[in-house]
Design a protein. Sequence first.
Length: 221
Amino acid sequence: MQAVAGPGGIGVLDLQGGVQEHLDHLRRVGVSARPVKRTAELDGLVGLIIPGGESTCLSRLLTIFGLDVAIRQAYDHGLKLWGTCAGAILLARENIGETPFFGLIDIVVSRNAFGSQLDSFNREALAPAVAREPIPLTFIRAPKIVRTGEGVRVLLRLDDYIAAAEDDRILVTVFHPELTPSLAFHRYFARKCGLSVAGGDDAGLDPDWTPQSWMDFSYHV
Ligand code: GLN
């Protein structure tokens, strides 16, 4: 895929969790991408991904390194945010039974709503606003989005929960597109950040993508 000029790059919060896989996917869609460990590394970015991992751990590290305040300030100045899984929990306005962290998008999440780590799963679904073909989805001890407020669009509803949603400045997914061959959500976020990316509205399956051995949790079933 072709790289593209844009007003700035997209960062991936690099404190804990699935960082490298997001960076690799951003590069596959031709976006300049960098890890963000320190507040100064937010400078010049148009978007930031808060990856999946463990939301309590991430919240502590964000506070220790002053990144909570810096990200909020950058958001106030136009930085777009995408939270995957634990990242979505941190961005939610309400987290059932717990204190919200950033509280920036009007959604209610229920943490670990599918059960334990062993209840992780893969499936496929169509998110028409993102791609016209079904895309593979990987859920790892995911939360459920159980409600959305005004100004939040549902991008993917499955069974009794919402799996992807957005408002004008924030995207949230409870699954992990970076752990699948599909580039569709990374393209979608890059476009939301005002970057022009190559590729159409197909599922964006990268033929060169290979799963890591630890991504194969079929042996748990
Ligand atoms: N269960 C984790 C949490 O509550 C999220 C898991 C993930 O990010 N894949 O933070």
